[in-house]
Design a protein around this ligand. Structure first.
Ligand code: ZN
Ligand code: ZN
Ligand code: ZN
Length: 533
């Protein structure tokens, strides 16, 4: 529900959301005029980062070195020698990682950035090594981003063997219109919005691509791009160099919300009245959760986003309005946004829109972090398709993410008419009470999937699985894979698919869980991701 309240005055469509107390508190805590900008370009720091990169390189830590060279690129001033030197050193890392194309592109970037003549023989030598390596080695598997079926007409990221429908309980669910085999790719979805929260010298700021020839934003020191297309995207222009608050995660949250807002403004070509009537019509329309008519264009994607579920508890938190007001205030400091929302009516709408967006992003973001970061998020993304799948602890579909694309693959045999499930968390090996607690804590779901309700393979079936000679084979191959052993990876994938197909109809049990896990691990190796550490 948009925070709309009717008012008697025809000039005020929305009421102010914030009382004096909130405003005073935020103004005191959050003095925009004193905001601490991101560090400026600085060749001394650039050199220091390159030296750190050289130390990692000397220790054979190529991925770590790439990240340091990327940081060096971010800090180097335009036209300084440091840019070409960082590209040239990064080329060496790519060479060691056998990412030959990336190596050649970096050598070219180094030359174009004015690599010093006195060192040129070194670079020529590197190019020669790279070309030789490329000719001698088996090509790495290119990640094949293709659906296994024709795309759906209205929802082009989805295979035409799926449909979204409302089940008897009124919940949205994904159902198979035809049989689907293990290993088939059924959705390749671009998220509605992504935001990089930390490790800026690692992924493209716009599309999250990594393991590639990133170039730095020309103005700020914490944003990199993967391509001309991402570089010319104007989303970052409006937020370049902005830092509202010292806490990095909180600052990223503000910037994430600003990006969602900029996306919405762009969809309506800056016509705020149109945006307003679209949002009002969408939020008011029944039912609150709907089967999307289409996800082919930006307006329909935004509509799907606005229709995502939200948590009522979140908006009741005492600090909710403080957060909304802080982000509203941050938006006012961006001239482009301030100019679009200059009238009182539009400013009030903006407050309500931010409140609504925050509730959606808070409840629907897919956050990626790992133990090393102690809970600090690498990035958030709001996928459009995940919410149409219900959760099961015995899923038949796996959702993974690569370079900002969400990939959905069948991991069990799916028959026409079956419902498709994903697991919302990576906890399938854990006992029921732990899974249930996690689901309740994170998404307020009381799981009543077949596995939690006690459906399991019979002991005879489990015996049959455990004594199948392919069972120990796939488990051991999956745990001993090198990302460069292309042929072995393909063989293991084939064996996993054959095994999971053979036992496709057996209910979930530990053995199936282990086989699925081996399959997932092998899929992860298909494309080397040295930077994903
Ligand atoms: Zn990109
Ligand atoms: Zn920038
Ligand atoms: Zn369950």
């Amino acid at each position: 529900m948009l925070w709309k309240k009717e008012s008697n005055s025809p000039n005020t469509l929305y009421e102010d959301l914030f009382d004096r107390k909130t405003i005073a508190m935020v103004d005191k805590m959050f003095p925009m005029s004193n905001r601490n900008p991101v560090p400026r370009k600085n060749d001394v720091i650039s050199l220091q980062k390159r030296k750190e990169g050289n130390r990692s390189f000397a220790n054979g830590k190529w991925a770590e070195a790439i990240e340091k060279y990327n940081e060096s690129l971010c800090f180097a001033t335009t036209a300084s020698e440091h840019i070409s030197l960082a590209y040239a050193n990064r080329a060496s890392c790519f060479l060691h990682l056998k990412l030959y194309n990336e190596c050649l592109i970096d050598i070219d970037l180094a030359r174009k950035a004015g690599y010093p003549e006195r060192l040129m023989p070194k670079l020529d030598q590197r190019e020669g090594d790279c070309l030789k390596g490329r000719d001698d080695s088996i090509p790495l598997n290119e990640f094949n981003q293709k659906l296994s079926f024709e795309p759906d007409e209205k929802i082009p990221c989805m295979a035409n063997v799926l449909k979204i429908e409302k089940n008897d309980a009124g919940k949205l669910s994904m159902v198979a219109k035809d049989n689907i085999d293990v290993g088939q790719t059924i959705i390749l979805g671009k998220p509605f919005c992504v935001y990089l929260y930390s490790r800026f010298a690692w992924k493209c700021n716009i599309c999250l691509k990594d393991n590639t020839n990133l170039v730095s934003c020309k103005k700020c020191t914490n944003v990199m791009f993967c391509s001309d297309e991402c570089q010319s995207n104007d989303l970052h222009n409006h937020e370049c160099g902005l830092k509202f608050i010292d806490d990095g995660q909180q600052n990223a949250q503000y910037l994430n919300e600003i990006r969602v807002l900029l996306l919405a403004i762009n969809i309506f070509h800056s016509n705020i009245d149109e945006l307003m009537s679209f949002v009002e019509q969408t939020v008011k329309s029944e039912p609150p959760r709907e089967v999307p008519m289409s996800l082919a264009d930006d307006q329909s994607k935004y509509r799907a986003f606005l229709k995502f579920p939200i948590s009522a508890q979140f908006a009741r938190r005492p600090d909710f309005l403080l957060l909304v007001y802080s982000i509203y205030k941050a938006c006012q400091t961006i001239p482009y946004i301030a100019a679009k929302f200059s009238s009182l009516k539009h400013r009030r709408f903006l407050m309500h829109l931010i409140a609504h967006h925050i509730q959606i992003t808070n409840f629907n973001s897919y956050q990626v972090n790992n133990q090393k970061t102690h809970g600090v998020d690498f990035y958030h993304q709001i996928g459009l398709m995940t919410k149409y799948f219900r959760h099961s602890c015995a899923p038949n579909v796996l959702m993974t993410e690569r370079d900002g694309i969400s990939i959905y693959t069948a991991i069990r045999s799916i028959k026409k008419g079956d419902e498709l499930f994903i697991s919302y968390f990576k906890f399938l090996g854990l006992p029921k009470h732990v899974r249930q607690q996690e689901l309740w804590n994170q998404v307020h779901i009381k799981c009543n999937c077949s596995r939690c309700m006690g459906a399991a393979a019979s002991s005879d079936q489990r015996q049959q699985l455990a004594t199948d000679p392919d069972f120990p084979l796939i488990l051991s191959s999956a745990s001993n894979l090198s990302p460069y052993a292309s042929q072995k990876i393909e063989d293991t994938i084939e064996k996993c698919i054959a095994f999971l197909t053979k036992y496709g109809q057996i209910k979930w049990c530990d053995e199936i869980g282990e086989a699925v896990d081996a399959y997932i691990k092998t899929l992860d190796c298909r494309i080397p991701r040295p930077l994903f550490t």
